[in-house]
Design a protein around this ligand. Structure first.
Ligand code: UDP
Ligand code: MG
Length: 341
């Protein structure tokens, strides 16, 4: 079915063109990146409170709004703000790509040494930003907000979130209470090393940690949503479970997939091989009939599956090398090279 591209139909678009390339104004101390999908009702207030807070810090900052294919007046609101304030930049995506790509677009455009990510829905409190930065300056690469007193629905949001966070933090060995909190501060270099896929924004601290980032957490304010709707429902829980598997794979095996697939495959081969050996033994020694034994089916299945897994391991090994080498990625990350005295 052909669906009409909703993004094209703006009756209220302001009559100004965004510049193709943003002028490079030198680096900033701070870039605040805000993805927005249908958040028109929130933007004016968000901008106002953000500006008050950021001006108070005395930092050179920029605010980057990314309109992620909104079908309300979001892009118009961003344009209005941008025309008033040079420190604000607007990016309009062609369609709704999702929160992670929207964030990636903003991060790519950001020039600040510190990048703060923030939701557009006023659930996060801009007044927490100076505290995040203060913590970052204690020598951390990532400071994550923790919505200890979260203002969302209990059953559909808070309980699943607590369980998921607990599991993920354990599995990924990243001691963070609230990955889902959008308000986080990053040092630029850490973000430069990470490419964002899928719904990865939620696990950014974990990926950062794989790159050796120092991570801290501070408690932040949280408010209920007043305008607009949440973009996620309960289906997020299943996605999170699958994401956890991906993270596990990435954190442990991306540089050596054969270790995982190969050892699993070998294990299956050994079990299947053992079963077959036993069957051959009783066939030869006791002249037993083995054709109808379930063990035969299982042994053959195990051997086949084992061979498949080993093959998959070899394939992944090739892919992994391709992944690193074709993109000039490193399997390590340097914090600093020590200067000669
Ligand atoms: N968002 C986006 N693109 C999307 C979905 C969400 O840019 O496809 C933005 C949204 O406008 C908000 C942030 O991501 O600024 C978080 O979304 P939401 O508040 O709906 O998530 P929740 O807080 O309910 O987890
Ligand atoms: Mg929200």
């Amino acid at each position: 079915m052909h669906t009409k591209n909703k993004v094209m139909s703006f009756p209220y678009r302001a009559n100004v063109a965004l510049p193709d390339k943003f002028p490079v104004q030198g680096t900033f101390d701070l870039s605040v990146v805000i993805p927005a999908k249908d958040e028109a009702g929130n933007l004016p207030e968000l901008y106002a409170s953000l500006t008050t807070v950021l001006e108070g810090t005395g930092l050179r900052y920029e605010i980057i709004f990314v309109d992620d294919g909104s079908i309300d007046e979001t892009s118009y609101e961003i344009e209005k703000i941008q025309m008033r304030d040079k420190r604000v930049r607007g990016i309009e995506l062609r369609a709704n790509f999702g929160q992670t790509p929207a964030l990636a677009a903003g991060i790519d455009a950001a020039q600040g040494n510190i990048v703060v990510l923030l939701d557009a829905d006023l659930q996060n409190d801009p007044r927490d930003i100076p505290f995040l930065i203060e913590k970052l300056n204690e020598g951390y690469d990532v400071v994550s907000g923790w919505r200890k007193d979260r203002k969302d629905k209990m059953v559909t949001r808070r309980i699943p979130s607590v369980i998921a966070n607990f599991l993920i933090a354990r599995l990924a060995n990243t001691p963070i209470h609230d990955l889902g909190c959008a308000l986080k501060a990053y040092r630029r270099e850490i973000l430069d090393e990470i490419n964002l896929y899928g719904d990865m924004h939620r696990y950014l601290p974990i990926y950062a940690r794989m790159h050796g980032a120092r991570i801290a957490e501070i408690i932040v304010n949280h408010h209920p949503r007043r305008f607009g709707k949440s973009k996620y429902g309960l289906s997020r829980i299943f996605k999170v479970i699958i994401d956890v598997i991906t993270i596990q794979f990435f954190s442990k095996f991306i540089t050596k997939p054969m270790r995982m697939f190969g050892s699993l495959g070998l294990g299956l081969l050994a079990i299947g091989g053992g079963g077959l050996t036993y069957l051959v033994f009783i066939k030869v020694v006791y002249l037993a009939s083995i054709g109808g034994r379930p063990l035969l089916v299982f042994s053959v299945l195990f051997i086949l599956a084992g061979l498949q897994l080993i093959g998959l391991g070899v394939l992944c090994e090739v892919l992994s090398r391709n992944y690193f080498e074709s993109q000039g990625r490193k399997t390590y990350s340097i914090r600093r090279t020590m200067p000669q005295p």
